[in-house]
Design a protein. Structure first.
Ligand code: PMP
Length: 409
């Protein structure tokens, strides 16, 4: 695989190594990806990205979710420019706070109220704290392998985490009713809540939609125990159903956590809740220096209204179906067997007999060099900015990746 030793990207990586631990942290580190991946980007527009060496890509990650309308969407940029001209971080929130809370309550089916934060982890952690404050109990049921954020109660790395941080977490298997029931039995009369992602989107594993039986049982257990059903809609929110990702299943949570797509790339998260948890939400103390910034709130209002007005989810589904069909046709043409799982607008492509992801990395590196930014093991994201011509371009690039996989066999 090529390494970009004389590139601007590699020069930035070398400088970063000196002043940033490990050169880069978190989910955006390219350390586990093919060396063909750029670490640094210069510019983005719609669903296109340009790396610091000037290469252009059709983007299938959308900043790992946030850019649901595409970069620089005019409605969002106008709303944020207007609010920026008035004020952003002031001594108290602007009018847009109340407008956004009203919009969330009107849009999210289970919501009687909303509170805002910055990151998804803020929102999931707030939900867990509200569940405990509202019930006076401690145990939280969490699906094994589900991602809920990067703080001690839920971070995937155990470095720096104590057993006490996890003392009241009980695991179950996603979509497995018997294991959920066993976890609830173990919690007994100390059950504060169940937190669950909208669908199973664990890293490097086929995605699975939540089964109706599983979602209903989670609801029944929480209702019977007076505990909180928490939907972690950080990743799927605003891409499956604007009213909440479990609306199509007919199951309503007590608390939901949103972030990522809520403000088209501006930093914002939200917890929505029903009246049962209003008092708990009032009692707990959560805040942050930047949680009241008005610009991101203006962005969220424009984002949600635009998603609704342009029927963005139906568009993303159509583009996702075109991508999925096109990739299946390419796989058949080159005799490659792969699996495409989850909602079409949040695609994941995994290859058969590829435990070490060698084929996935080959495919992605080939597609990347030909101008499409895929990910080998994390679900990808489409946006309202993707048009048929962009998907056609992605499929051209994917053909290069598919040939690389076929040739390696
Ligand atoms: N929950 C889910 C399902 C997520 O996908 C993420 C982010 N990947 C989080 C929580 C945490 O969000 P953030 O990174 O904004 O803290």
């Amino acid at each position: 695989m090529e390494s970009l030793t004389n590139s601007r990207d590699s020069a930035l990586r070398r400088r970063a190594e000196a002043v940033i631990p490990g050169g880069m942290w978190g989910h955006m580190s390219t350390r586990h990806l093919s060396p063909a991946y750029p670490q640094f980007f210069a510019r983005a527009e719609g669903c296109r990205l340009w790396d610091v060496d000037g290469r252009e890509y059709v983007d299938l990650m959308c900043s790992w979710g946030p850019n649901v309308l595409g970069h620089h969407h005019p409605a969002v940029e106008e709303a944020t420019a207007r609010q920026r001209g008035l004020g952003d971080a002031m001594n108290g929130p602007a009018e847009v706070l109340v407008e956004l809370a009203e919009l969330l309550v009107a849009t999210i089916a289970h919501a009687d109220w909303a509170m805002l934060q910055k990151n998804g982890t803020d929102a999931t952690t707030a939900c867990v704290t509200m569940a405990r404050a509202g019930t006076g109990r401690r145990k939280i049921l969490v699906a094994r392998g589900s991602y809920h954020g990067a703080v001690p109660w839920c971070t995937p790395s155990l470095a720096g985490v104590t057993a006490e941080d996890r003392a009241h977490i009980i695991h179950f298997d996603y979509n497995d009713v018997a294991s959920l029931e066993a976890a609830a039995d173990e919690a007994g009369d100390d059950l504060a809540g169940i937190i669950v992602t909208a669908f199973r989107h664990d890293l490097a594993r086929d995605q699975e939609m939540a089964s109706v039986a599983f979602a209903r049982r989670a609801r029944e257990i929480c209702t019977a125990a007076d505990a909180a059903l928490i939907l972690d809609d950080v990743r799927a929110g605003f891409r499956i159903d604007l009213a909440g990702s479990w609306e199509p299943l007919g199951v309503r949570p007590d608390l939901s956590a949103f972030s990522k797509a809520i403000a088209n790339g501006y930093p914002l998260a939200a917890v929505t809740g029903n009246d049962k948890f209003r008092e708990a939400a009032t009692k707990i103390y959560i805040t942050g220096s930047f949680w009241y910034g008005a610009v991101a709130m203006a962005a969220a209002i424009a984002t949600i209204e635009t998603l609704r007005d342009i029927k963005a989810i139906a568009h993303m589904e159509a583009m996702g179906a075109m991508l999925r069909d096109g990739l299946s046709a390419l796989a058949a043409k080159y005799g490659v067997s792969l699996r495409q799982t989850g909602p079409v607008q949040m695609p994941l492509v995994l290859f058969d007999d590829d435990a070490d992801l060698h084929k996935g990395q080959l495919f992605c590196a080939g597609a990347l060099r030909a101008g499409a930014y895929f990910h080998p093991k994390h679900n990808m994201f489409l946006s309202a900015a993707h048009q048929e011509s962009d998907i056609a371009r992605v499929l051209e690039a994917a053909e290069a990746g598919m040939i690389a996989v076929a040739d390696s066999a």
